[in-house]
Design a protein around this ligand. Structure first.
Ligand SMILES: *[C@@H]1O[C@H](CO)[C@@H](O)[C@H](O)[C@H]1NC(C)=O
Ligand SMILES: *[C@@H]1O[C@H](CO)[C@@H](O)[C@H](O)[C@H]1NC(C)=O
Ligand SMILES: CC(=O)N[C@H]1CO[C@H](CO)[C@@H](O)[C@@H]1O
Length: 491
């Protein structure tokens, strides 16, 4: 057989796979395509890939034989057992040092396991987040590769050339070891849930609060899109709001208000709970979708539970809309600060070294959360790799201070109106908690010690013979303040 000429192989010729192949081909790489349904390979070569350098393979063996070593093979197949099944099939045809890359939507614990299993056999494994949907795959996705570090030099050129570019910088860099690539992709998706929920709440306030029609709300979003909120999601939301059905009614006014979800936002929220990190905004965004899906129950509830009397807004509308922009901005800063907190906590726990500036850079283009804002996050982490929180960065610190008055007014007004703003309000609650050197957890500790002898620690400066610093203290609360004990209280 002739010398292999393939730079990279790809398994799974659904639209994402096809588009990624064509993209890599455009960038000058020689791609070998394989699909389990082999006729699909021929179809692809005869149609979409016609006139390109793409080669087809009719078996895993042929695929591997056509690739230069170290072989690089991307799997774009359904997450779960299919990934393991293909890895099993590939192994007999691979040599030590070959690289398997999973570009699917795998849950990061699977990627952690696969890195271990494959490295133990002398192979390299990369779990890569791929974001940007079908169009991103074709013209430049955000790529978030992590796994066996030795794989990076071998795939770097292909990955960075294939990814979206912003100001000449690729939206792809090495994320970190082990399952870091898929972990970061998961957090990206969680942040996406948060961004979307914030925009939905802003829409609700403008629609139900100020009573503005969709077309005017679209104009407000378009204006915001020239400032600090400049982002793909604000942009498409303006377009969505301008889209009228054939009868002239805004299309959104005809869409059932029941949100679906595929689970990656939920994974992020679960990971946050597991890590003990207050990633409240993403959590609320997931719950907001859950509440939305209880449509019939909400309709019944709306008939028996009333809220405040609807009052017309008498204040300064322009000021209010500026406040709303600031509220959205500040809440977004909180959400990203929380997302990075989660990544830091996980990195610490799993002993990963994450590339935070690189992560923000990877999200700047090619993906759903792409925005100007991510450039500022990149700068913050470039200045200080060890940044404890975005809120400690000068730029963001100033930004939240500037936003604060308007952010509070929006939350207050929404509460008075009875318009739910779970994401705006949890962001503000987090902010107020985070900047509090003292929180009421002393009460919780006393309660826990009272009913369950769970013990507490003494506040610095308040030590005495009984309350010693560094000691777990339990006291008998009964008899001094009151006489209720766990057994004597009768409800
Ligand atoms: C706690 O103190 C009360 C009142 O002095 C006493 O009745 C009770 O037995 C004590 N409980 C324990 C567990 O020592
Ligand atoms: C608790 O009970 C004791 C004994 O019955 C009584 O003297 C004391 O006043 C009670 N304390 C309080 C705070 O109610
Ligand atoms: C694993 C694999 O090769 N799957 C794809 C083959 O192509 C069809 C489309 O015709 C996809 O649906 C499969 O997922």
């Amino acid at each position: 057989m002739s010398q292999p000429t393939g730079d990279i192989g790809l398994i799974g010729l659904a639209v994402m796979g096809q588009n990624l192949i064509l993209n890599m081909n455009d960038k000058g790489f020689n791609v070998v395509a394989y699909n389990r349904t082999v006729s699909k390979v021929d179809d692809f070569l005869a149609n979409e890939a016609k006139g390109t350098k793409v080669q087809g393979a009719h078996s895993i063996e042929e695929l591997c034989a056509k690739l230069k070593t170290p072989r690089k093979i991307i799997l774009l197949v359904k997450a779960g057992p299919a990934v393991d099944a293909f890895i099993e099939q590939l192994i007999p045809h691979l040599e030590k040092g070959d690289i398997i890359i999973d570009g699917g939507n795998s849950h990061y614990p699977d990627s952690i396991r696969r890195v271990k299993e494959l490295e133990a056999k002398g192979f390299l494994f990369v779990g890569s987040g791929v974001s940007g949907g079908e169009e991103g795959a074709r013209y430049g996705p955000s790529l978030m590769p992590g796994g066996s570090p030795a794989a990076w030099p071998a795939i770097k050129q292909i990955f960075q050339a294939t990814a979206a570019q912003v100001n000449g910088e690729p939206c792809c860099d090495w994320v970190g070891e082990s399952g870091a690539g898929h972990y970061v992709k998961m957090v990206h998706n969680g942040i996406e849930y948060g961004d979307m929920q914030l925009i939905a709440e802003a829409y609700d306030i403008l629609k139900r609060g100020l009573g503005l029609p969709e077309s005017e709300i679209a104009d407000i979003f378009l204006k915001w899109n020239t400032g600090v909120l400049d982002s793909f999601l604000i942009d498409i939301t303006a377009n969505i709001l301008k889209f009228n059905d054939d009868d002239g009614e805004p299309m959104v006014s005809k869409i059932l208000d029941q949100a679906g979800q595929k689970g990656t936002g939920k994974w992020t929220a679960i990971a946050a709970l597991d890590a003990g990190m207050p990633v409240t905004l993403i959590g609320e965004a997931v719950f907001a979708r859950c509440l939305s899906s209880l449509k019939e129950e909400r309709v019944r509830a709306s008939k028996v539970i009333s809220g405040p009397q609807k009052e017309e807004f008498k204040g300064d509308k322009k000021q209010f809309i500026d406040d709303l922009e600031q509220a959205l901005y500040a809440s977004k800063i909180i959400s990203y600060a929380q997302g990075f907190m989660l990544m830091r906590a996980t990195a610490k726990e799993l002993n990963w070294k994450l590339n935070y500036a690189g992560i923000a850079r990877m999200w700047r283009g090619g993906c759903i959360i792409k925005s100007v804002f991510l450039g500022d996050i990149t700068s913050a982490y470039t200045k200080n790799e060890e940044l404890e929180s975005l809120l400690f960065d000068d730029f963001f610190n100033k930004a939240v201070h500037k936003a604060q008055p308007g952010w509070r007014r929006i939350n207050a007004q929404a509460v008075l109106w009875g318009i739910p703003t779970p994401a705006f309000s949890t962001a503000l609650a987090f902010f107020d908690g985070y900047r509090s050197d003292v929180l009421p957890a002393n009460i919780l500790q006393a309660q826990r010690d009272y009913f369950g002898a769970h013990t507490f620690r003494v506040l610095p400066g308040k030590e005495n013979a009984k309350l010693q610093s560094g000691k777990d203290i339990h006291i008998n609360w009964t008899g001094r303040g009151g006489n209720v004990s766990a057994s004597s209280y009768v409800a």
